[in-house]
Design a protein around this ligand. Structure first.
Ligand code: G4P
Length: 529
């Protein structure tokens, strides 16, 4: 293996998903603590001081206490170089989350043991399923009273449609939590409430076959229950099968308590063994193997004004193959230009480090003067290929937006266009009417507020928004369609998107079919590709 192959093979890039409050942030903090990336876990989200000190950037998030943007963290552990992609947990941001998942090779799903599968977990899981990436489950908060373990597994299987294979098994929960039983090694890891913020702790491990020792440690009742449960489990659970895990059909399940630091390092160790090195990706020239090709990457996220003092815009890209070094020139395929990336940085939460080199699997952020769009490919100057695009989600809410001060038209158009290029909103222009107003479409209504807030704070433009009743959107797939001849319905509106593609908005779902019936050969699509 040469040096580049070696670097790539030690990389692991995963997204962490959960319903808000299940413990995603706490678990991430503990990972970082083991990796030595930061000194005190609490500093990721020291709630008393600044609730979202590191992973969030915008004021609105602090006010609402939710995570709108996603962040990237990198740390070293046991010879591995680990990239964690944090996903926003709020239901309104599924599109952003989807893009983030496009950049990951696997996902860690955190579930609150007392709550089981929650709506947001379900949604995020569906997105993982669409990509067929491996999913690892961490059932958290076992130091609190949790649901019955078999019921929890059953719920995951039924609700999410994935087989489960517990790697370890909890011994009680809440006040009666005694630790976990590791099935492979047949050992019991005794629970200890590790002092918060440190990784020191006593990890007492006992062989289950030493009945006297075990029952003395966890109590006879707990031991009896454990033995019964293991017997049941061995008969009922799916066999561990790495190939099925890697195909996203079987999820290994771990139990622990992120807050007390219990089960976290064991989880990390198993996870790193089971998860894969950066995966090959599909392009218009076939599958690209990370190690056998020179540098290539795709843009999966654009974030503006991360640092107010600088008014900058950062394009996040996932390196898909080879090695990137800061001195080299790359081709921006969609822009048709060969260029040097500007200020390539590794975004370690809110602190940034200018980097000299990075490898397939890594995420880099580069300064974007407004040239990149989501889904763009970068490769070596001598090459030219495109990674499969990231589809645009169909917006479900629409509003007509107008600036209040007519003198500020220029700032308004600039602001709203930039925010649309980032993918936070989609903007449309009305056809036929000659009106200068812009129609905004969003996946979740909170994005309207984000838009208003950002236009006011970053572009100094006040706006008025008038909700529109449209709920269904269809892109017209035909080449050069004659929109004047299109026979529509009374509730239909013709618009164009940012890339001048024609599309139709409908109030009623049945109108879509009616328009298809009335216009032979018309092809409509729910996704803007
Ligand atoms: P999130 O990122 O998924 O939204 O969850 P986060 O880690 O912020 O955790 C949500 C709450 O759950 C926090 O409490 C956190 O301390 C708690 N928590 C996380 N893991 C565990 C665990 O293993 N056991 C127990 N008992 N609690 C856990 P909070 O009250 O919101 O914040 P704080 O004031 O306690 O810090």
């Amino acid at each position: 293996m040469n040096q580049i192959e070696q670097e790539i093979s030690r990389r692991r890039t995963f997204a962490i998903i959960s319903h808000p409050d299940a413990g995603k942030t706490t678990l991430t903090e503990k990972f970082l603590l083991y990796g030595g990336a930061i000194n005190l876990a609490g500093s990721v989200k020291g709630k008393a001081t600044a609730r979202h000190a590191v992973s969030d950037w915008m004021e609105i998030e602090k006010e609402r206490g939710i995570s709108v943007t996603s962040s990237v963290l990198q740390f070293e552990y046991d010879g591995y170089c680990i990239n964690i992609l944090d996903t926003p947990g709020h239901q309104d941001f599924s599109e952003d989350t989807y893009r983030t998942l496009m950049a990951a090779d696997s996902a860690v799903m955190v579930i609150d043991g007392a709550k089981g599968v929650e709506p947001q977990t379900r949604k995020l899981f569906k997105v993982c399923g669409m990509r067929g990436i491996p999913i690892f489950t961490f059932i958290n908060k076992m130091d609190r009273d949790a649901n019955d373990t078999f019921d929890l597994l059953d719920e995951i299987e039924k609700e999410l449609g994935i087989a489960t294979c517990p790697v370890n098994w909890p011994i009680g929960s809440g006040k009666a939590f005694r630790g976990v039983y590791e099935r492979e090694t047949r050992t019991i890891h005794c629970f200890s409430d590790t002092e918060k913020g440190t990784k020191e702790g006593t990890d007492k491990v006992l062989p289950i076959d030493d009945a006297a020792l075990v029952s003395a440690e966890i109590g006879q009742d707990a031991f009896d229950t454990l033995q019964e449960e293991i017997e049941l489990l061995d008969g009922a659970s799916a066999e561990f099968d790495l190939a099925r895990v890697q195909a996203g059909q079987l999820t290994p399940v771990f139990f622990g308590s992120a807050l007390t630091n219990f089960g976290v390092e064991v989880f990390l160790q198993h996870f790193l063994k089971m998860t894969q090195t950066p995966l090959p990706r599909e392009s218009d020239q076939g599958i690209v193997d990370p190690a056998s090709r020179e540098f290539s990457a795709f843009v999966f996220k654009i974030q503006a004004n991360m640092n107010k003092a600088h008014r900058d815009r950062v394009a996040f890209m996932r390196i898909c193959s080879g090695k990137y070094d800061a001195s080299m020139e790359v081709r921006h395929v969609q822009g048709g230009k060969v260029m040097r990336l500007s200020q390539p940085q590794q975004i370690m939460a809110d602190s940034r480090k200018i980097l000299d080199e990075a490898y397939a699997g890594d995420i880099i952020g580069v300064f974007d003067p407004g040239i990149f769009s989501i889904g763009d490919t970068l490769c070596m100057p001598k090459e030219e290929f495109r990674y499969a695009g990231i589809p645009t989600f169909a917006p479900e809410h629409f509003a007509r937006v107008k600036q209040l001060d007519t003198m500020k038209r220029k700032q308004f158009v600039k602001g709203i266009t930039q925010i649309a290029q980032e993918g936070a909103i989609q903007i449309f222009k009305e056809l036929d009417t000659g009106l200068e107003e812009i129609i905004v479409g969003v996946v979740g209504v909170l994005q309207f507020e984000v838009l208003k807030y950002r236009l006011e704070n970053e572009y100094n433009v006040e706006i008025r928004m008038e909700p529109l009743p449209y709920e269904h959107i269809r892109w017209i797939e035909n080449e050069n369609p004659d929109l004047n001849r299109l026979v529509g319905t009374s509730d239909m509106k013709k618009v164009t998107d940012l890339r001048e593609r024609p599309l139709l908005l409908f109030i009623n779902p049945w109108s879509v079919q009616m328009v298809l019936d009335r216009n032979e050969g018309l092809v409509l699509s729910e996704f803007g590709r």
